[in-house]
Design a protein around this ligand. Structure first.
Ligand code: PHE
Length: 471
């Protein structure tokens, strides 16, 4: 324990940028663009591609998009800013960040909730990501592009998901990929790979969009997705938009705290948050421009989630000229989106033993990634061997997913908003935001204070309550 005190004294006497340079296990971002690309990589995930378009289409199209942007501005950006500031100020992982401010054990407990949420989400995210890797390989052999109807594609998926050895191998492969990137550290691992993966994602997305929009009846799909219908916007829609904004920006579990902790004081947190949020929304909109034109062109019914990706789209690709190529491109897109989110989740968990227990990065990555894999095995088998095993009426996969995404994430987000707005205090937080930034006019500061002290916590509180009462 005494080492802690010594270390704190040493850190205090060094300038912040020196402190991160000297802590070689922690590492730091190589450039501003590198950080933004990595954080955008975390935000852009399966949620953008398989959830957002459908949710938008079902809930008023363009009207939902306007509402979603408002939610991003009113809660997403303020909470992201709060997480980044907490991370940069403390230069610690999510648990260590709360410890740093010494505001009581309850807050450190909130850090643990974020830590546990990241661990649990990664454990089942890796299962789904493993499926996308498998479908990428299977597209190349045209195995998943010869279906006569979505039901046939669905049956195929069911059989595949129940094949224990195969799905466990892909699940392992995904975590192995995440681990090999994270083990190289922040600059030469996460940043370098995101700088390669994210532009690839954008190129694939644009090529697929051109293909989709040039199919016959494509415009019907665009209309389903974007035609504004304000009559569909209700208070329930607001909650859906809020929840989606929150999940899509990867908030509530300390990803932005951890990524922020590798930033130096010259960095403009304000503009970065806005860029990341806009980029994330743009990718979600582009994904909708791929999916619905293609689904409508083939005369199929739109849906979301695994049903869309593993039942409907394989049938779409089966009907398309050069289907296997487009199918491979689409699953590569999903796998890349999942990989850049997976590495951010792994980094949150890996950062704790590095910062707090003094572990070497290699040891931390190997131990944590192995534990995440083992914990994910029952989630994986929920679609096969353990499909009949129910806890609280749910399969293991559903239980881990619902506990972490529905309750722990909003709780973690609520904690950040209340902590920064009321405990650490807006004045201190503002000093941190404005370092490396600009002079904000007083009205803007006031707006931000209102957002972080009142609007964001109330909004996230309502997400939590809506989940508790089953929406
Ligand atoms: N933001 C990711 C998405 O949109 C999901 C995610 C959530 C990733 C939480 C990491 C952590 O799919």
């Amino acid at each position: 324990m005494w080492l802690w005190g010594e270390e704190a004294k040493v850190l205090k006497t060094m300038s912040p940028s020196n402190s991160s340079q000297n802590n070689t296990e922690r590492g730091s971002w190589g450039s501003r663009a590198g950080f933004i690309i990595a954080a955008a990589g975390s935000a852009v995930g399966l949620g953008n591609i398989w959830k957002f378009p459908y949710v938008a289409g079902e809930n008023g199209g363009g009207a939902f998009l306007i509402l979603y942007l408002l939610c991003i501005a009113a809660t997403g950006v303020p909470i992201m800013l709060a997480e980044l500031a907490l991370g940069r100020k403390s230069k610690r992982n999510i648990v260590g960040a709360y410890k740093h401010f010494k505001k009581g054990r309850g807050w450190v407990g909130m850090g643990w909730i974020g830590f546990a949420a990241a661990f649990m989400i990664l454990s089942f995210y890796a299962v789904v990501a493993g499926w996308t890797l498998a479908y990428l390989v299977k597209s190349m052999t045209a195995e998943v592009t010869a279906f006569h109807d979505p039901k046939e594609a669905g049956d195929y998926f069911q059989t595949f998901a129940g094949n224990t050895v195969e799905v466990l191998s892909y699940h392992f492969a995904f975590l192995f990929l995440c681990a090999t990137i994270v083990i190289r550290g922040i600059k030469s691992g996460i940043q370098k790979w995101c700088e390669f993966l994210m532009p690839s994602l954008v190129v694939i997305l644009i090529l697929l969009m051109i293909r989709s929009l040039t199919l016959p009846r494509a415009m019907e799909g665009v209309a389903f997705f974007l035609k504004p219908d304000f009559s569909k916007v209700t208070s329930h829609t607001v909650l859906i938009a809020l929840g989606q904004a929150f999940f899509s920006l990867s908030l509530g579990m300390g990803i932005m705290v951890t990524y922020g902790s590798y930033l130096d004081e010259k960095h403009n947190l304000l503009s970065s948050s806005v860029i990341i949020a806009l980029f994330d929304t743009m990718i979600a909109v582009l994904a909708g421009m791929i999916i619905f034109p293609a689904v409508f062109a083939m005369g199929l019914e739109p849906s979301a989630g695994p049903g869309l990706v593993f039942h409907v789209l394989p049938k779409v690709f089966s009907d398309m000229a050069f289907g296997p190529i487009f199918s491979a491109a689409f699953f590569a897109l999903l796998a890349i989106a999942a990989l850049t989110s997976g590495i951010s989740l792994l980094e949150v968990v890996v950062a704790y033993p590095i910062d707090e227990l003094g572990w070497k990065r290699e040891k931390s990555v190997v131990v944590i990634a192995s534990l995440v894999f083992l914990f994910g095995v029952p989630s994986n088998l929920s679609f096969g061997l353990l499909s009949e095993v129910k806890l609280f009426g749910m399969t293991f996969f559903d239980l881990v997913d619902s506990t972490s995404s529905n309750y722990m994430l909003p709780l973690g987000g609520l904690a950040v908003a209340v902590f920064v707005g009321w405990v650490w205090g807006t004045k201190e937080a503002e000093k941190e935001y404005l370092t490396g930034c600009c002079k904000l006019a007083p009205p803007f500061i006031k707006i931000w204070e209102i957002l972080i002290c009142y609007i964001s916590p109330i909004a996230v509180f309502f997400i939590l309550v809506s989940k508790l009462v089953g929406e």
